[in-house]
Each structure stands twice: as structure tokens, then as C-alpha cells.
Design a binder for this molecule. Sequence first.
Ligand code: FE2
Ligand code: FE2
Length: 480
Amino acid sequence: MKQILRLLLSELAQPVHYLVAVCVGIIFTLLRTQGSDSPLIPFVVPFFVSVASRYSARLQSRKPVKVEAQHRGLVREFQNEILGQFRNDELIETADEQLAELVLQGGYSAVLFAQRHDDGTVTGFVYKRIDGAAVLRSDPVTIEPETHAPVFQSRELGRAVYAEERDFSRPSDFQKAFPVAQDVRSFIGTRVHNLVTYHAGPTSIVAFNKASGIHDTDLIFIESAVDAAHGLFTTLEAVQDLDTRFMQAIHGLCASAEFSDEITGAHIWRVNRYAGELATRLSDDTRFRRNISQVAAAHDIGKVAIPDLVQLPRTFTPEEWLRMQMHTVYGAQILDQMIQIGKQSDPRLCLAREIAVNHHQRWDGKGYPGLKGPDGTLVALTSRAPQDYASLQALKGPEISLAARIVSICDCYDALRSERPYKAGFDHETAVQLVRRDDRTGAGGVDRFGPDVYEAFMDSTGMFHDIFDEVRSSTGSTPG
Ligand SMILES: [Fe+2]
Ligand SMILES: [Fe+2]
């Protein structure tokens, strides 16, 4: 009897069922007071049945449509946010955290991510929202074998599964059917009264305690949220894989250009690191910062075209010096060929080309190569002959891109610090002093790199020192 009463009460909590019950009550009262042959009955019964069914349909459709729209909005927002950070390494590392955030936005108080290991043990992490905003992650939790059921049920059934304590005759029956691991319960901090469980790839996901109770639309939400996230993260992993291949190709080019000077490749890593850090101080464009940290080291790839000069153990004759300057143009020409392969120009290759051709330009206009004709227009880099550029003007001041000037100062500092077959490396202080004012030419840092880049360098010399030491020790290189 108690159970029937509880069932009745829970049914009446639904507005649709409440309305039907009221109608049945009115009809029942009419039958009692006026008898089944009352002339009102043929009108009243169809009227109430029609009203009840109309409202029932409207109520049944209104709430799920609203909830579904909210859920779709959350998933769409999540997808946009992830796609907005498309090339972010941290994204993959924090994939679980991002997905947890999305599930918690669906109204749950906590969510568990669990995985079975080769030895059969199951561990995971629980996330919950604290202070209404921040998401807190537990220490690793262990899911004991007797509490595996709720974690793996969706995998066995191939769909999301939910359970509500109120659907069971006794709370203990709910706990028996869906036992929650001790570690998980302690972290959640409150009694579990409902849960939804689903899976993505090797991860099982259990969301706990939806305040407004769980409905069929919540299953659709969990399935679409988790499937969307899983699809996105799988795609991003593939993109990162492509990114790695891009880096391998670029690194190979840089290594071949620096081959005679570099054994460990440390110069390549360091120049990329310095440039990325300096770009962070000078630009708000996250894509630019990321791209320059990948291709800064490609500045000298044109040196592969002049191997005889790169290894020449004496100072250059005037003709040799002109040919040496052509490594900038050759680098751009090599990169042009790479750019033309793609249907769309890769922004990283375009940036690498810009850096390759202009990393020896100087703010005071005394750098190279000459690129401007008498009327100030830039020439196309079609010729390989040094004499075709000899009479042209070099770029000056803000005509030189920020990227080229950043790489210029980074390459300068690292070249001064590095030991070469023909020279010892300077210590940090001497290298900074030489960037400030070149002893041989008397040129100051501002004249060469521009005021913004020079100041950013001077503000962050400690960072340069740290990166030099860090990358030297991690590669085993021993420049002086
Ligand atoms: Fe160079
Ligand atoms: Fe270099």
C-alpha cells in the first residue's frame, strides 16, 4: 500500500498526470451526483478528454524541447570553444577536464572518468564544481570490483544508462544495483541519489546527482556531449599528429642548413624557444606566437645552397660576401616551392619565408638583402644571381616585419653564446653587452633590431640565459 501511495504521489508530481487526475475526478463526481445517464456526460467527458490530451501534448513537448535546446546550446558552445583553441597542446592534456566542465554544466554535482587497466584494476578521477565556478579534480580514485557495475553498464548495453533512487522501492535497492566506489563517494561528499553512465573511447563516464532529476533528454545530452567531445578530441589528436610531422620536416630542413655548425640541434630548439617567448611579450596574436616558435629556426635554410661558403675557414672576399648574403633569398625561394605544393598557403611556411628573407635586415637600413627598386617597390625573388640584388635598397625601420626582427635578435644572442669550430662561445653577460653595442661595427641594439624588439630583449635577458642553459643541458651540447 505504501509503495502504491509513493508511486501515486510521484505520478502526481508530473503536471500532465496531475491534470488527467483532476479531469478523472470531475467526471467521477458527475457520475456520482448525476448518474451515468446525465445529459451533461456526453459533452463533459469529450471536453475534458480533449482538454487533457491537448494540454498533455503541449506540456510533454514544451519541457523537453526547452531542455533539449539548452543542451544543444551547451554542446555547440563547447564545440566552438574547443575549435577556437584548435592548436593548443594543453587542450588534449586537459580533455577530461574540459568534458567534465561540460557535463557539470548539464546540472550534475560531480562526474567520474574511469578506465580499466591491463591488470583489471579500474581507476579514475572525479570532478566537482566548487564555489559555483571552479572545477576541482580529486586525487586518483580506485573503483573496487564490487563497484564496477555502474561504471561499465553503458559499455555492455551500448548506450547511456541512468538510475534514480526514487524509482527503487528502497534506497538500499538503488545502492545495491548501482554501488558507488568509496573513494568516489568521499570526494562527492553527499549521498548519490541518481546517476547517468556513458563511455567514450577507453573512458567510462558517470555523472552524479542531477538536482532536477534525470529524464530521457539527459541521456540524449550525455550521449551527444560525450560523443561530440570524443570526436573533437580524436580530430585534434590527428591534427597534432600532422603538426608533429610538420615540425619533423621543418626541423630536418633547419638541421641540414645548420649541419656544419650544429651537431645536437640545440641552436634550432633554442632559437624557436627564444622567439616564442619574445613574441609573447610583443604580440597578442596567439597564432603568431605559436607559429614563430615553430619556424624561427628556419631562418638560415638558404645556407644549404652555399655549402662551400658556409665551411670556408677564412674571411670572405667581396664577391663571396655578396653570395653569402644570398642565403636569405635562397631560403625564401626554397620555402616558396614548399608553399606552392599546398592548395592553400600554410601560414607557418609563409611566416618562415618572411623570416628567411628578412632576418638580416636592420632597423637603420644597413642590412641585407636589397629588395627595393628605385621607386620603392619590392622586387619579386625570381633571380638567383647576387648582382641582381646588389644595387637594390635594403628594408628600413617598420618596413621590416616584427617576426624578422624578433628572430634576428634571438639568432644574434644564440650565435654569440654558441661555440663554433672557428670560435669560442661568449658568456651571457658578454653576449648581452655585444647585442647592446656591437664592438666591431659600433651599431647599437636599437639601430639593428628596432626599439620595441630591443627593449623586449633587454627586459627578458634572464629568460634567454635560462633557455640557453636548459637546452644546452638537455641536449648534451657543450658550447662555452
Ligand atoms: Fe642568416
Ligand atoms: Fe641561426
